[in-house]
Ligand binder design. Sequence first.
Ligand code: FUC
Length: 805
Amino acid sequence: MRMHWIVVRIYSTWLVPARYHLEMGCMIHIMRHKSTKPFRLLHKLGCNGIPVLLALFLFGCDDSGADPAADLKLIQQAPAEDWQSECLPIGNGRLGAMPYGTVDAERIQFNEDTVWIGDEQDTGSYQAFGDLLIEFDASQQPVAFTDYQRELDIGNAIQTIEYQQNGIRYRREYFASHPANVLVFRLTADRPGAYSGTLSLKDAHKGTIGADGDEVFFSGTLSGKHSLSGKGGEPNNNIRLDYEARARVLHEGGSLTGGDGALHFENCDSLLILLDGGTDYVNQREQGWKGEHPHQRIMARLDQAVATSYDELRNRHIADYQSLFDRVRLHLGDSPEGAAAMSTRERLDAYRGMAMEKPKDWIGYEKKALNLAGGRADPGLEALIFQYARYLMIASSREGTLPANLQGIWNNSNNPPWRSDYHTDVNIQMNYWFTGPANLSDCFPPLAEWLWSVVPVKREPTREAFGARGWAHRAENGIFGGQTFKWYLGDAPWLLQNIWDHYAFTLDREYLETRAYPLIKEQCQFWEDVLIEWPNGKLVSPKSQSPEHGPMMEGNSYEQQLVYNLFTDYIKGSTLLDRDADYRAKIASMRECLLGPQIGSWGQLQEWAEDRDDPNDQHRHLSHLLAVHPLKQISPSTKPELAEAARVSLSARGDGGTGWSKAWKISMWARLYDGDRAHKLLREQIHGNFFSNLFSFHPPFQIDGNFGYAAGVCEMLLQSQTGVIHLLPALPAAWPSGEVKGLKARGAFEVDLAWTDGRLTGVRIQSLKGQPLSVQYGGHLIEALPTKAGRTYTFELHEGELSKL
Ligand code: FUC
């Protein structure tokens, strides 16, 4: 009977791989029966345990990837008409693509992460790269088509387009392979000879276009200046990157001929198009930011991809992708019947309780009154958007690439919004808040490497502006170290919060020694040089602006909180590495003198050293609340009075805002343990700031809203910033039952959780590096359990008390 229960459970919890179902299921079962030891259950099963253990082992081995029924698809029932709101993105970290053609004329807009115009003075701008155009002969006499469906399956990172035309079933299958490092497009049909037409490339700049044999290509030099740069004098833009893009076409059946810069295919059964491109950018100032021309690399990658069968390319792509994606499974509750099969547009409409007809309807919508009561609950959609952020991160940030910019990697303009750059006064930091908790630390190194590469450029202007060692940032940043807009002195220590946190999640000592520690130490020197001592002995930042808000003042909470955090991390790092003891002592004594957080006249956490906050001010930035999130100094557990003041301030700021601002408020409310308010923000972000391709918008499209949303979901389910692993700290009533597998906690722990009726029912924590483990659930705390690296620890909740099994 109970064996039967276990087997049923294996198949009923569809989201989680079999191994997990069984172990969690078994564990939950044990808990429900108030049995504390697994072997007691085995006795209850009426056997000596061996057959059951064998069954556990056998089922445990059946971990065969994503369940086909999983709710992991974005579905569209019409070709994309609008680039930012309707195209479904693919990417391999370096190359990105947005298919937005029609049935008769495919158009795949593509990017490469280094295609930039800018230099060491000017931020410049990320650029569009090109389009792959396929005109089918049918486009001369368009014929009606039926059964059209576009799908992006984020369970395997493959996009498909299917339709029926002239009695033929057509299928396009697209993916961006990280192992092969090329874009792959395959067109098939259920009848031979179905493909005739012309294939070409369009350069987004003014390069040379050509066709040769089975290839089309373009190449040139990125020169000139992008249009934003003209303000305030002529920019140099004197770094001119050479670029090239090349598509190789393989066909089955029919013929392929070249001419006039295009390839003509006739009566082909199928087409396989491999596309690669790049520039000569290297992230090294001492080489003038330019390395070898990309031509040889592109040819080598295409040669290798051509020598690999399509199935093999596809299998390797899926295996690589799932090695990252499958680490986290999330189930937040059951969706309405049939929701997972709906088009994403209709699904969003149902969630919102109102229909959006055209992309233009969305712009400005975030400002309109929201009718939250009108929509229907769809926890599967809320989980899908979380997993989609993980998909987008894997697609736009991998070891060796540049970090995800304001639009990840996807950009169709040479003058994109805010240069599609690296804004350092919240945006790029927000992009990377969730990589640690969402088990994607492997996607983080591009941020550290980018920072490492641009800091040397920033030292000289920093010395000139502030007479200080180290470096500071203006808000807009490019890939050659150039920067524009205002100086924000907290930006650098804010980036270093991400840099330290990557260490906190991974405990990667080499990274600490070679990247985190040197950067943090150099930043401490900047603050040693610029902090001002007030007559009362307090150390404050020099005059600066709280990001994009208010006057220039000394001692803004923005810098004060960030410098406190920087010094704290420095002290920890230098202690761990046993380095620079004298300097550590100096920094520790400076930290003691920093002006700390202040509670103002209406109970608010002050944004400025002066009590001048306006209770009616609903500015989108939350710079004075950083100590709540993403920093760690204010928590209701450790600093209840300051946490209450932060709550007053956050409430006053309201629940509106841009995509990223709402996303940040999810995390903020979660850190204040208000799960229902966090969920309200999450819902409002979905209502007001997601296009039908699930790109979040500011407006316009800005990927920090996607990544910040995922950070918020993590904060609702698990927190670890205070050194304690806090389970379900902000579980909303909207998610009464659910499961999550594979979230990470600081100290290198991997955590699986299950809950029912709002109560924790299962906890499994794997210690990856053998650190002591402190766990909290509600008011109950288990402190400093010794652990062994590689071991998994399970806990049970019995009459409200948490105990280790
Ligand atoms: C910051 C924000 C803006 C926008 C821009 C890209 O400056 O204040 O809202 O997100 O970055």
